[in-house]
Ligand binder design. Sequence first.
Ligand code: GLN
Length: 200
Amino acid sequence: MLALQGDFHAHAAVLAELGCAPRAVRTAAELEGLDGLVMPGGESTAMLRLMAAEDLGARIRERVRGGMAVLATCAGVILLADTVTPPQPSLGLLAVDVLRNAYGRQPQSTVTTVELAPALGAPARLEGVFIRAPRITGTGSDVEVLGRRGADPVLVRQGRILGATFHPELSRDRRVHGLFVTMAEDAQGRAAQAASRRGA
Ligand code: GLN
C-alpha cells in the first residue's frame, strides 16, 4: 500500500483478511518486488506533495508499465487519471477524466448503490461509500466500466489497473479487493514465467 497519507490501514486489513501480506510503501525502494499496489483514498494534493520527495510518481509509472497491478480508490484514481479538473498533476496511467469533489463536500458524502457488471459476479450491486469523491466524466476506449452510480462510471478497469471512486475497504463486500488480488496474482505469474524464460 502506498502509505504516505489516507486510509491505507483499512486496505491492509482487508488484504490480510484475503490472505495477502500487505506492506507499507513510502519510498521508491519499497516498491521493489510488489505484484500489486494499493493507492488509497485521502487527499490527492497532499499525496502529490509527499510523492514528489522520492520521485515516487515516476517509479510507480515504470512499475505499472512493467505489469504491476494497482487498486486505486478515490484520491488514488485522481492520481492516476489522464486529466483532472480543477487542473493538477497526475500520472496519466488510467484513461479517465475526473472532476474532484464533484458529488459535494463532506456533508454530501454518502453510502449508495453501485450497479455492477457481470464480471463481478452476483449480486449485481454493492454498497458504495463515497467520501468527497471525484466524478469520472470521460473514459478512454481501453477502459472497461465495471460499476456505475446512476449513469456515472465508479468502478473501472484498464489492463491491470482497477479504479474505484468509492471506498470498498469501508464496506463488507470483498469483491473489489478480490478482483485486485487476482490481477496481482496474474502479474506475479507473468513475472515468474519471464524469470524462468531467462533461466533464473
Ligand atoms: N477529495 C479528495 C481529493 O480530491 C479525495 C477524497 C477521498 O479520497 N476520499 O483528493
